[in-house]
Design a protein around this ligand. Structure first.
Ligand SMILES: CC(=O)N[C@@H](CCCN)C(=O)O
Ligand SMILES: NC(=O)OP(=O)(O)O
Length: 331
C-alpha cells in the first residue's frame, strides 16, 4: 500500500508518470477508474482549491467523497500515550481505524499550529493517520504540499518543456502574518527533483527553510549536477530566472513566541513581486499557490500579466490529484 505524503519518497520517474497521466486527464477528464471507491477528505484548515478539486476530481473518476471539517468532528489527540484530560475527545488511533472501515482512502489537511516546531516538523497528525489507518493517505497540505508542487511542475512543463537546467527563483514575499512554510518546502523539493537550479531568496538567514528540506533539495539538485543557492540579494535571485515562484512564510526561530512578536516587519514589504524585479529575469513565468493578497505579495501587473501561471497551476490541481488518486486506489 502506497501513500502520497511528500514527493520526497517518489522518484523523478514516478512523479513524471503522474504528470504525464495528469496531462492525459486534462484532455479526457472523465473515466471509471475510481468506480465504487470512497474517499474521506479531512480538513483542519480552510480551503477553496483543495476541497473543490478533490471532490470534483473524485466524482470525475466515478468515486465518492465525504468532506469532514475538523470543526464538525471530535477534537483529536495524536500523541501516543496521551492522558486525554484536555480538549480532545478522540484519539487518532480510533479515528483512523474507524474511517478505514468506511472509506478506501483518507486525505488530510493539517497545518502546523506553529507552537512547537521541533514536534510539528515531524508532521504528527499526518503521521498518526499513517500509523493507524489501513488505507492509503494523501497529504492535502501539512508541513509540505505535494499536490500543489505537482500542479506547479505541470504548469511549468506546459510552458517551459523540460525543466532540467532552468533557473527557479523561489522568493519569500511579504504577508503580515507568519504563514506556513509548506508550499515553499514543496516548491524546493519538486523543482530540484526535476533538475532545476533553485535560488531561494529571503530577507535574512532567519527565514531559511527547515534544514531537512534544504538538505533534501540540495541532494536532489546534486543528482542532476545542479544546486540550491540561498541569497538575500533581490537582483542576484531574479537575474536570469526562467520562473519566479512566490510564497510568504514565518521565521521558524520565532515559533512559540506570542503572535504579536511574530508578525512580519513592514519594512520587508519591498520583497513584493513587481514588474521591475521581473524585468531582471529571462522573461520568467510567475506563479503562486493561491490564495494571494494582491499588491502585497505581487502587483496586479505581474499577477494579470501574460507570464502569470496562477490560474493554470490552480486548474492543474484537479488533474494531478486525479493522477495521484488513480495511482493509489485506481482500478
Ligand atoms: C493565508 C494563508 O494561510 N495561506 C496559506 C495557504 C496555502 C495554500 N493552501 C499559506 O500561504 O500558507
Ligand atoms: N493552494 C491551495 O491549496 O489552495 P486552498 O488553500 O484554497 O485549498
Amino acid at each position: 500500500m502506497r501513500h502520497f505524503l511528500t514527493t520526497e519518497d517518489w522518484s523523478q520517474a514516478e512523479l513524471q508518470a503522474l504528470l504525464d497521466d495528469a496531462r492525459a486527464l486534462k484532455q479526457s477528464p472523465q473515466n471509471e477508474r475510481l468506480r465504487g471507491r470512497r474517499c474521506a477528505l479531512l480538513f483542519f484548515n480552510p480551503s477553496l482549491r483543495t476541497r473543490t478539486s478533490f471532490q470534483v476530481g473524485i466524482a470525475d473518476l466515478g468515486g465518492h467523497s465525504v468532506v469532514l471539517d475538523a470543526a464538525g468532528t471530535w477534537p483529536l489527540e495524536v500523541e501516543p500515550g496521551a492522558v486525554m484530560d484536555g480538549e480532545a475527545e478522540e484519539h487518532v488511533a480510533e479515528a483512523a481505524r474507524v474511517l478505514s472501515t468506511y472509506v478506501d482512502l483518507i486525505a488530510i489537511r493539517a497545518f502546523p499550529k506553529f507552537e512547537n516546531w521541533s514536534r510539528e516538523r515531524e508532521d504528527p497528525i499526518l503521521a498518526g493517520f499513517v500509523k493507524h489507518a489501513t488505507v492509503p493517505i494523501i497529504n492535502m497540505e501539512t508541513i509540505v504540499h505535494p499536490c500543489q508542487e505537482l500542479a506547479m511542475l505541470m504548469a511549468l512543463q506546459e510552458r517551459h518543456g523540460d525543466l532540467a537546467g532552468k533557473k527557479l527563483c523561489l522568493t519569500w514575499t511579504y504577508h503580515p502574518k507568519p504563514l506556513n512554510t509548506a508550499v515553499a518546502n514543496s516548491a524546493l523539493l519538486a523543482a530540484t527533483k526535476m533538475g532545476m537550479d533553485v535560488t531561494l531568496l529571503c530577507p535574512s538567514k532567519e527565514y531559511i527553510l527547515d534544514e531537512k528540506f534544504m538538505r533534501a533539495g540540495e541532494r536532489f539538485a546534486a543528482e542532476h549536477g545542479r544546486g540550491v543557492t540561498v541569497t538575500h540579494d533581490i537582483a542576484e535571485a531574479y537575474e536570469g530566472a526562467d520562473a519566479v515562484y512566490a510564497k510568504s512564510w514565518g521565521r521558524l526561530d520565532q515559533i512559540g513566541l506570542p503572535m504579536a512578536d511574530r508578525m512580519t516587519p513592514e519594512n520587508l514589504k519591498y520583497f513584493i513581486v513587481d514588474e521591475e524585479k521581473m524585468a531582471l529575469t529571462n522573461d520568467a513565468t510567475f506563479s503562486h499557490c493561491l490564495p494571494m493578497r494582491r499588491n502585497i505579495k505581487a502587483t496586479d501587473a505581474v499577477v494579470d500579466g501574460p507570464n502569470s501561471l496562477i490560474i493554470q497551476e490552480a486548474e492543474n490541481r484537479l488533474h494531478v490529484q486525479k493522477a495521484v488518486l488513480s495511482a493509489l486506489i485506481g482500478r
